[in-house]
Design a protein around this ligand. Structure first.
Ligand code: ADP
Ligand code: 5GP
Length: 405
């Protein structure tokens, strides 16, 4: 497929320095950019309050206002926009904080295609993240098998490495459970509305209650530079498998149904009726977990310390080559410090952000290069794999290059 016809518009000017003339009778105002991909022109308009998106389709001659998924970027002092292949537009905010200046408007990524309906155009905002995060870990298994226990051990031993994806649920909290820590305890109507609004990566009805992983729950962990752990049921694991989130899938099995029942009863957190329901559901879960091909690994939690050791081995944490609890994890740089006045251009897979000329006798970071050749969809809401280089120029003509990711 050939390169998409695309041009860069930097507020009132396009990349060639010409005033905007998009040929559709549209006059771009300050704070607006238009970017052409194929037959479509994407107008991104920022105001003090929000950033809006409109699409002009050359083949139908019509403007549409698309459904915009994802958390939109906070308003800023203008922006630049450039098409990256046919699937997304890079949006560089002006006057934004280093961790908030790189965004993408996804127009035809896998995630957007999955959400598409016949009636409306769909686009999605996602925040640009420098470098790659390690694959999230999905842990499933019947209630009472020991998922929570294993996850707690992992988080205690490797606090700087793992972060728990806090799910939403409509079930009532247990005595020791805290809202926002163990779950986001939510009213069913509220959760149903948020699911409808596209805020969930997956959700399922489990033992009579609604459970789900919000996109934000996964983002929060990844943004903290940690590897995300999800404790979700088999239906949820199946949905995540089918989504754009690449993860490692582990199913935990009990040594026997008798021992599962013992553990559930010993935990003492459910009523008799709930215990029976969970045991009844366990049979189908084990059947699906061990035969559906969803899971990369199946672990038997007989002796806890042995199972925990095997889990660590699977995750490369058995102490031989990889980090232990003493390891200091150096977080990847999370942002780029951009001056308000900069201009943007694109050469192949490199976006050049020109930040001005250094004054005499001083060294200045005057060019930032974003390498977009290895972009990956992370959780919906994040685009990972951005490589960033800063090029320092000295007034005596010498240059230095520094890779940030
Ligand atoms: P889940 O999160 O899968 O519902 P939990 O982690 O809450 O299960 O474990 C259920 C109960 O079983 C807890 O009381 C826990 O201490 C206990 N338990 C976990 N693993 C084992 C094991 N290998 N042997 C015996 N008891 C266990
Ligand atoms: P519990 O009520 O014991 O905390 O959890 C019951 C079941 O719900 C467990 O199997 C757990 O893995 C699953 N669960 C917890 N959070 C989620 C979630 O966000 N999505 C899905 N699909 N299942 C979840």
């Amino acid at each position: 497929m050939g390169e998409a016809p695309a041009f860069i518009v930097d507020d009132l000017q396009n990349g060639n320095g010409f005033p905007i003339s998009n040929g559709f009778g549209l006059k771009s105002k300050a704070g607006e950019t238009t970017t052409i991909i194929g037959d479509k022109t994407y107008l991104i308009a920022g105001s003090d309050e929000s950033i809006g998106v409109k699409i002009y389709d050359k083949s139908t001659g019509k403007w549409t206002i698309p459904t915009v998924l994802g958390k939109e970027p906070k308003p800023c002092k203008g922006h630049s926009a450039v098409a990256i292949n046919e699937d997304r537009i890079l949006v560089i905010k002006k006057g934004a904080t280093p961790d908030d200046c790189i965004w993408f408007l996804e127009v035809d990524t896998q995630y957007v295609r999955e959400q598409k309906t016949v009636e409306t155009e769909i686009v999605a905002w996602s925040k640009g993240v420098i470098g790659n995060a390690q694959k999230p870990v999905v842990i499933s298994g019947p209630s009472g098998v020991g998922k929570g226990t294993l996850i707690s051990l992992l988080m205690k031993e490797f606090p700087s490495m793992f972060g728990f994806s806090v799910s939403h649920t409509t079930r009532k909290p247990r005595d020791m459970e805290k809202d926002g820590v163990h779950y986001h305890f939510t009213e069913r109507s509220v959760m149903e509305k948020e699911i409808k609004d596209g805020k969930f990566l997956e959700f399922a009805s489990v033992h009579g209650n609604l459970y789900g992983t919000s996109i934000e729950a996964v983002e929060v962990v990844a943004d903290d530079g940690k590897r995300c752990i999800l404790d979700i049921d088999v239906q949820g694991a199946r949905s995540v498998r089918a989504s754009s989130l690449e993860a490692i899938f582990i199913f935990i099995c009990p040594p026997s149904m008798g021992q599962l029942e013992e553990r559930l009863r010993a935990r003492g957190t459910e009523t008799e009726e709930q215990i029976l329901k969970r045991l009844c559901n366990a049979k189908a879960e084990i059947e699906q977990g061990t035969s559906s091909g969803i899971f990369d690994h199946i672990l038997y939690n007989d002796k806890l310390d042995e199972c925990y050791k095997t889990l660590k081995k699977l995750l490369g944490l058995d102490g031989s080559t990889v980090a232990n609890s003493q390891t200091v994890v150096i977080p990847a740089p999370r942002g780029i410090d951009l001056p308000v006045d900069h201009s943007v251009s694109k050469i192949d897979n490199k976006i050049l952000i020109n930040c001005g000329t250094p004054g005499s006798g001083e060294a200045s970071k005057n060019l930032i290069v974003l390498d977009v050749s290895s972009l990956k969809e992370g959780a919906p809401g994040r685009t990972r794999g951005l490589d960033v280089y800063t090029v320092y120029s000295f007034s005596d003509g010498l240059n230095g290059i520094n890779k940030l990711s």
